[in-house]
Design a binder for this molecule. Structure first.
Ligand code: MEV
Length: 441
């Protein structure tokens, strides 16, 4: 269920203990998170998922609050090993919220299956025959996947291209694209099955001696884009240290232009986007390698590697837009068997692949905004330092209000060793004890 009217704007969520956070989530969503105690996956289930299993491997599972997407509030589930990714996304989502939240658009969930035809004597004639036979090919594809047709999906259209000619070293090669609407499934198994079933018929229809080569999906899911937009009022970009929101906005725009002009920067800019996207995909049991491959192929589609999201000044606001292929599912594959992934999808309020794609895209754009804001102001180390300081302070036993005070003190000193954290904690505890004693006398 979408959390809808229940707000996920929760100031200080990060300051709560794990138990308190679970209680807040239970109150807001009715979902008990105890299933995550053991990584959301028992050994027997794990043993059935892949080969040669000898155990399971857990990563932190977090929820990013503050996300408002297409008018609904969501908790964004994120599984990631890197500190500051979740905090950054939640922070940026809070800024975007001030401008009304994220808005998204999604193409129909159409995947491409490729069938390679080799030794084609007359590739142009083969393509013409394939085009003329599109209704027949669509019927063959539909017969190969009746269940998805029942659910309103199925084959949509067929295209073909000549990749090389008989006189070229590779000989006559044609590729056929079968475009299949996969509804709420990512669709890999579905379209691979369709391609394998109809490939021999495609070779027969193409004629010209065509023989079947590979039959496999393309991760460059260019028909399955998600577009996410965010508008942030300049004032929401300011904080106590950076009071000029317009200057912060202009710094973020200059950072975007840097990525647009330079592929070296674009790669890191996109890595920041994938910090958010991948964390959502891992949490929800999706194939993040497939989305990664599609993202980078899409980023390079003009022949020059480009950023997946760009930022511009519009009036007093900052406007950001992300577009990337997002082949994700809420049914099928690992999701069907992994209780943790099922829980994540439920918590996210992702009742369809479309909503999940919107969430992953919004997490990507939020991560990008947070990274650019940090880079254009303090640099990335300051934020990392204060999060690291919290972890160190917690490690030496600081809790409650003292946790913040120890973390702030050691981060400000630039000395975040546990020894220093313990010394600061001892000093604060001693001071507290003294003031309590003096108030008694
Ligand atoms: C670190 O995980 C991600 C960043 O490098 C992204 C960026 O540079 O935009 C901070």
């Amino acid at each position: 269920m979408a959390h809808g009217h229940e707000t996920t704007r929760i100031p200080g969520f990060y300051r709560l203990s794990l138990t308190e956070r679970r209680a807040v989530v239970l109150a807001k969503t009715g979902t008990d998170l105890a299933a995550l105690d053991h990584g959301g996956l028992d050994l027997a289930t794990a043993d059935g998922m892949i080969e040669n299993v000898v155990g399971t491997y857990a990563l932190p599972f977090a929820l990013a609050p503050n996300f408002r997407i297409d008018g609904c509030d969501h908790f964004v589930p994120m599984v990631v090993e890197e500190p500051s990714v979740v905090a950054a996304a939640a922070n940026a989502a809070r800024m975007v919220r001030a401008g009304g939240g994220f808005t998204t658009e999604h193409d129909a969930p159409v995947m491409i299956a490729q069938v390679q035809l080799l030794d084609v004597a007359d590739p142009d004639a083969a393509c013409a025959r394939l085009a003329a036979a599109e209704p027949e090919i669509l019927a063959l594809c539909a017969a190969a996947a009746p269940r998805i047709v029942e659910r309103g999906g199925g084959p949509r259209n067929v295209t073909s291209r000549v990749l090389s000619r008989p006189t070229d070293p590779d000989g006559g090669m044609v590729v056929v694209h079968l475009h299949v609407d996969c509804r709420d499934a990512m669709g890999a198994n579905l379209v691979n099955g369709v391609a394998e079933t109809v490939a021999a018929s495609l070779a027969r229809i193409a004629g010209s001696g065509a023989r079947v080569g590979l039959r496999i999906l393309s991760n460059l899911a260019e028909n399955r884009l998600v577009r996410v937009r965010a508008r942030v009022p300049a004032a929401a970009l300011a904080d106590a240290l950076h009071t000029d929101g317009l200057a912060v906005r202009d710094g973020i725009v200059a950072a975007s232009r840097f990525a647009e002009l330079d592929p070296f920067r674009a790669a890191t800019h996109n890595k920041g986007i994938m910090n958010g996207v991948d964390a959502v995909l891992v949490a929800t049991g999706n194939d993040w390698r497939g989305v990664e491959a599609g993202a980078h192929a899409y980023a390079a589609r003009s022949g020059r590697y480009a950023p997946l999201a760009i930022w511009r000044a519009e009036g007093g606001d900052l406007h950001g837009e992300l577009a990337m292929p997002m082949a994700v599912g809420t049914v099928g594959g690992a999701i069907q068997v992994h209780p943790g992934a099922q829980l994540a999808i439920k918590l996210a309020g992702a009742h369809s692949a479309r909503v999940l794609a919107a969430l992953a895209g919004a997490a990507g754009l939020a991560s990008n905004l947070a990274a650019l804001r940090a880079l254009a102001t303090d640099g990335i180390q300051r934020g990392h330092m204060s999060l690291h300081a919290r972890a160190v302070a917690r490690g030496v036993g600081a809790a409650g209000p003292l946790l913040d005070r120890v973390a702030v003190a050691i981060a400000a000193e630039g000395d975040v060793r546990p020894e220093r954290a313990r010394a600061v904690l001892d000093e604060l505890l001693a001071a507290e004890l003294k003031s309590r004693q003096s108030s008694l006398t």
